[in-house]
Design a protein around this ligand. Structure first.
Ligand code: ADP
Ligand code: MG
Length: 621
């Protein structure tokens, strides 16, 4: 017998599992059954594609056996099994970075943390919530030698050679105090039905069944074995036969989520390609949604045989929150991760799946607007990511995304914005580049307010990047209000004579501000403020440039805005009238600096700003 130690992370995880995750200990059974089911999937796959495994008989089943007397439960499968090396690496270390991530995300809030367990598949170790000793007897398919792994979940584990009649794995749990609640056949059946009803393999439970014997007038115990789960691939049954509960249960069993999904879309495609898809939208965004190492949530099956679930090829990245199943009739069983990338069948399934998901969402947005808002609260942002990665579906995505706006409370769709457009209005406008409060008070919006034109308030940090690439919604132009070119909708405000009259001041401003500005001109967009800054059509906004520099892109030169002044503003008029006054120089800088401040841009020289302000204050007191 050899004594081994757990990897540090395993110890850490075990500590957490035993001490802080007591809210749903019952999930231990789901985890062990899903491991058995995975092991059966793997063996079935091998017997189908690998010559060496073909002669092996495959009799897939999972057997639970309860011993009330000794308070033990065994979970046995006829799956792929593990040899010595597998036992050490699978049940002694944590290989996946996802799980390491999991450890860093634990909050101490037991409810949340036990949901996390499912999401990251910390699986096997959860059994130590209910057991103080676990024995794993396993024999790998194609090998003669079996091995026994034993651990108390604290001091490491032992491994020794053992015997097992056939390939597969038996996990023996010695229940602890907490676990004794599960030494009960009713309870076990209930848990299996709840979590594992749709596992594709039969799950049997062997237990002491007590039946009332009428003649002897007493109950008699008989050792009984019964199948507990449905064991059918639910998604392959006709929709009409599947209840709402059935869909929800399947969702929970494949995701480990304890909440119901928001929506699901079940499609059976027949024609040149035959496949079934069942997609779910979780009611809460997955916790790893914004992590580079997110776990993909769609499982690939071929003819009901599980193939893989950890590939990101099945749906585009922006739909990574979708959970569910793709089951194809046309793919080869031995399809590999590498092949998937250029596989025509899969490309085609993927394309129609995206269309299907988006069109279903669109239907929901019309028929269940309140439900749709729940969806938007979680997933508006990933949909926006789709705008710059999925050109083919851009129009649909634009219709699905919701926006904040200056005209309505809450969120609005582009279709609604369009319906509110003024007679003769040419474009739809939006403002980007900062927090919502900053955007809503920007001087750039003054003219739109005055003319009663709606402006979309895009306050997500990546909105500028996304929307700068989108010029049109249908045949309507989409325009940023902070870009220098002005739209026809604003024309007619500052006539050429106004600009002409301002020339002396403009020249003065240019001379004073020098290369700190790109240009100075008369504005058509201001009502109450004396000045504002804008950017050129092709260049990133000042805020974006500031952000890029903050992110370390040193080659980005200091932002050089175009300054616009309001010819109707009192201050501007006075400055024009006293163009040769000494105060005009300080005032010129203040016109620029206040415009920058209003856009949330940091001043290059705050000290000079304050000195100028004080000089002017001094004059006015
Ligand atoms: P996960 O299932 O997410 O990989 P687990 O902690 O549940 O994580 O299991 C760890 C690994 O142990 C599995 O990936 C698998 O390789 C192995 N394993 C666990 N249970 C079994 C089993 N019944 N048969 C074969 N291998 C198993
Ligand atoms: Mg597992």
């Amino acid at each position: 017998m050899s004594k081994r130690e757990f990897q540090t992370e395993v110890n850490q995880l075990l500590q957490l599992i035993v001490h802080s995750l007591y809210s749903h200990p019952e999930i231990f059974l789901r985890e062990l059954i899903s491991n058995s089911s995975d092991a059966l999937d793997k063996l079935r796959h091998l017997t189908l594609v690998d010559e060496a495994y073909k002669p092996l008989s495959f009799n897939p089943r999972i057997d639970l056996e309860l011993d009330d007397e000794t308070k033990t439960l065994t979970i046995a499968d006829t799956g792929i099994g593990m040899n010595e090396e597998d036992l050490v690496s699978h049940l002694g270390t944590i290989a996946r970075s996802g799980t390491k991530n999991f450890l860093s995300q634990l909050s101490g809030d037991a409810r949340r943390d036990s949901n996390l367990i499912g999401q990251f598949g910390v699986g096997f170790y959860s059994a130590f919530m209910v057991a103080d000793r676990i024995e794993v007897l396993s024999r790998k398919a194609g090998e003669e030698q079996a091995w026994r792994w034993v651990s108390d979940g604290q001091t490491g584990f032992d491994i020794e050679p053992a015997e097992r009649a056939a390939a597969g794995t038996t996990v023996l749990l010695h229940f602890n105090e907490e676990g004794k609640h599960y030494a009960n056949s009713w309870r076990l059946q209930e848990i299996v039905k709840k979590y594992s009803n749709h596992i594709a393999f039969p799950i049997f439970l062997t237990y002491e069944k007590s039946d009332w014997n009428v003649e002897e007038k007493r109950s008699i115990n008989t050792r009984t074995t019964e199948q507990v789960n449905l064991a059918s691939a639910l998604w392959r049954r006709p929709k009409s036969e599947i209840t709402e509960e059935g869909y929800k249960e399947l969702y929970k069993s494949i995701t480990g989520d304890s909440e119901d999904p928001l929506f699901w879309f079940h499609t059976k495609a027949e024609g040149s390609l035959e496949y079934t898809t069942l997609f779910y939208v979780p009611s809460k965004a997955p916790l790893d949604l914004y992590q580079a190492e997110y776990k993909a949530g769609v499982k690939l099956y071929v003819k009901r045989v599980f193939i893989l679930d950890d590939t990101r090829e099945l749906l585009p990245q922006y739909l990574r929150f979708i959970r569910g199943i793709i089951d194809s009739e046309d793919l080869p069983l031995n399809v590999s991760r590498e092949i998937l990338q250029q596989n025509r069948v899969l490309t085609s399934i993927r394309m129609s799946s995206v269309k299907k998901i988006l069109s279903e969402l669109k239907n929901i947005s019309a028929s269940l607007p309140e439900q749709y808002l729940k969806f938007i609260a979680e997933y508006n942002r990933p949909l926006k990511e789709g705008l710059y990665s999925d050109f083919a579906n851009r129009e649909t995505l634009l219709e699905l995304i919701r926006f904040k706006s200056t005209t309505v409370v809450g969120l609005t769709s582009l279709a609604d914005v369009k319906s509110r457009m003024k007679e003769g209005q040419k474009s739809i406008y939006y403002i980007t580049g900062g927090a919502e409060s900053l955007l809503r008070t920007s001087p750039l919006l003054e003219i739109y307010r005055k003319k009663d034109l709606e402006v979309l308030v895009l306050d997500d940090d990546f909105d500028e990047i996304v929307f700068s690439g989108i010029d049109k919604y249908g045949d309507i132009d989409l325009k940023a209000v902070n870009k220098s070119s002005t739209s026809e909708d604003l024309k007619g405000e500052a006539g050429p004579d106004k600009a002409e009259g301002m020339k002396p001041l403009i020249d003065k401003l240019k001379a004073t501000l020098g290369d700190r500005v790109k240009d100075v001109r008369v504005s058509v967009r201001l009502a109450d403020s004396p000045s504002c800054i804008v950017s050129d059509e092709e260049e990133p906004s000042i805020q974006m440039q500031q952000m890029l520099r903050a992110m370390g892109q040193k080659e980005i030169p200091a932002p050089k805005p175009t300054l616009e002044i309001n010819p109707d503003h009192e201050i501007v008029k006075k400055l024009l009238a006293r163009i040769d006054d000494a105060v005009v120089e300080d005032a010129s800088w203040l016109l620029l600096d206040q415009a920058l401040l209003m856009e949330g841009v940091q001043l290059q020289d705050p000290v000079a700003f304050v000195q100028r302000l004080n000089r002017i204050l001094n004059l006015s007191i």
